[in-house]
Design a binder for this molecule. Structure first.
Ligand code: CU
Length: 133
């Protein structure tokens, strides 16, 4: 039988601990100076949120086929009904990205000419060693 004492002064144990990363919010501005998303490419990590904020024009923001997270947001909210339709004025909606991968998106009103890409990276992991004592 192995007792804990026999491990004293033995080996440092390597433990894999998830890094205590805090979620962040990012902003994508819609319609500033034209039909565009700014920034049009964004790199975030799992658990972060993105606030789509329209400042001008008539738009929405909808994930494209193949996106690891689906959303469709407009002035009325987010969803597949009229609430996600494009509209004018100023509005903002916040979307959570819980899954690693690529999220291409576009404005349904303007199509591929008004599109963007969000890359969702895994939460960083750090290695830490501890001595058993
Ligand atoms: Cu648009």
């Amino acid at each position: 039988m192995i007792r804990l004492n026999t491990l004293r002064n033995a080996v440092p144990l390597l433990l894999l601990l998830p890094f205590a990363a805090t979620a962040e919010n990012f902003e994508v501005v819609i319609g500033q100076g034209g039909n565009n998303f700014s920034p049009s490419t964004l790199t975030i990590k799992v658990g972060d949120t993105v606030t789509f904020r329209q400042v001008a024009g008539f738009h929405n923001a909808m994930s494209a086929p193949g996106a690891v997270t689906s959303f469709r947001c407009g002035p009325g909210g987010c969803g597949n009904g009229p609430e996600g339709d494009g509209g004018g004025g100023t509005w903002q909606q916040t979307v959570l990205f819980p899954t690693q991968g690529s999220v291409p998106y576009l404005c349904e009103v303007h199509g591929q000419s008004m599109s963007g890409l969000i890359t969702v990276n895994p939460v960083p992991v750090t290695l830490q060693s501890f001595d058993v004592d």
